[in-house]
Design a protein around this ligand. Structure first.
Ligand code: CP3
Length: 345
């Protein structure tokens, strides 16, 4: 099916667009009352994510209700550990928790390399349904966590301020760390390829915990594996979003990918200079800017658009939208991107 709105893909490929495309990380869920209604009809997040019809429905909600230029499939980055034999639970108001973690050779040998179509069939099915029901209105984004971020959860067993167990493992057993990272990377490539076969038009890698590594560890334990994923995914444009990895922007400019996501601490001019002219940049409004008045939201949005300029930019926040942001502020951000970016051309 031909896309009626392909602004996201054109911008990712570096083509001219009549205005700047816009979507928000974590737009599916959290902020919308319509999402919470669907969420309350099931036992919890995991059942929702594993019910393809419902996952497809909440994927499309932000397209209908907010007017974004892309849908992102409703799932989570932690489906990969589960598909590798390490199941997770989502604890209400606290976040993900793993009953078992990975620390010994025996743990490692109980894991398998995930196959996208069979082990993650429910996500693949949700993508097919979402594609069909979107009927070409906007592109559908697929995603996965970066190997380092997934490793951090598998070793730590939950979210953490310091991820001390995961970080200690890098210092204490490099060979073990590389074995686990390699299994996660292979699983992720299989998974992303299955998402693309099912209809994902672009895929994004989330390295949410990039910023806690020192630069030399980031090179060895994260960027190396992200680079392998970029080299393997040749079918559709790929975005790398590494939160807090300001120190690695020059190296990210060398990745075999279309787009680099910026968080709100990364200066736009400086990032463009470090990353070079051949990548599209995505981001990077401070998520907290949406707590401001409507006038403040519009002003901050215009400042961001001016900083990036009209070419090679996909408008977004610098991280996921916060759960307590009013949907009208999100709409205001989206409307301002659409109106102002058209006038910039
Ligand atoms: C680190 C990370 C996770 N998950 C994700 C990341 C990377 C992005 C980032 O840095 O924010 C990615 C993610 N998680 C979810 C999506 C869906 C699509 C989207 O809207 O972007 C995406 C892209 C749904 C979700 N994932 C989760 C929810 C809330 C669960 C619920 O409905 O109760 C949703 C809608 C739960 C989740 N999942 C995770 C955490 C820490 C939590 C709990 C806190 C939180 O809500 O962010 C792990």
């Amino acid at each position: 099916m031909k896309l009626q709105n392909d602004l996201l893909l054109r911008a990712a490929r570096g083509e001219k667009t009549k205005r700047t495309p816009v979507w928000l990380m974590r737009q599916a869920g959290r902020i919308l009352p319509e999402y919470r209604a669907v969420r309350e009809s099931v036992s919890g997040f995991i059942e929702l994510a594993q019910t393809p019809e419902l996952a497809a429905e909440v994927t499309i909600q932000p397209v209908d209700l907010l007017g974004v230029d892309a849908a992102i499939i409703f799932s989570d980055i932690l489906v990969i550990p589960e598909a590798m034999n390490l199941p997770y639970e989502m604890v209400e108001k606290r976040g993900p928790w793993f009953p078992k973690t990975v620390s010994s050779a025996a743990d490692l040998s109980s894991l398998k390399i995930a196959d996208g179509d069979t082990d993650l069939g429910y996500v693949i099915e949700a993508i097919k349904i979402a594609k069909k029901n979107l009927a070409g209105r906007v592109p559908l984004i697929g995603f996965a966590g970066a190997p380092w971020t997934i490793f951090a959860y598998m070793v730590e067993g939950s979210g953490s301020k310091t991820f001390s167990k995961a970080r200690a493992l890098l210092y204490n057993d490099a060979a073990f760390s590389h074995k686990l990272l390699d299994m996660i990377t292979q699983s992720t490539i299989n998974y992303l390829k299955a998402q693309i076969r099912a209809g994902a038009d672009l895929v994004q890698i989330f390295d949410s915990w990039a910023g806690i590594l020192p630069p030399h560890h980031y090179q060895e334990y994260s960027l190396r594996y992200i680079s392998a994923i970029c080299d393997a995914i040749t079918e559709v444009p790929l975005t790398v979003f590494a939160k807090g990895a300001f120190f690695a922007r020059k190296e990210m400019g060398q990745l075999n990918c279309a787009t680099i996501g910026l968080d709100w601490n990364m200066g736009v001019t400086e990032s463009r200079a470090l990353i070079g002219p051949n990548k599209t940049l995505q981001g990077n409004l401070d998520p907290a800017a949406l707590y401001g008045s409507f006038d403040e939201v519009r002003k901050a949005t215009r400042q961001m658009l001016d900083a990036f300029g009209p070419e090679r930019h996909i408008a977004n926040l610098g991280h996921g939208v916060y759960p307590d942001i009013h949907p009208d502020k999100v709409k205001c951000f989206i409307e301002e991107v659409k109106e102002y970016s058209e006038k910039m051309r």
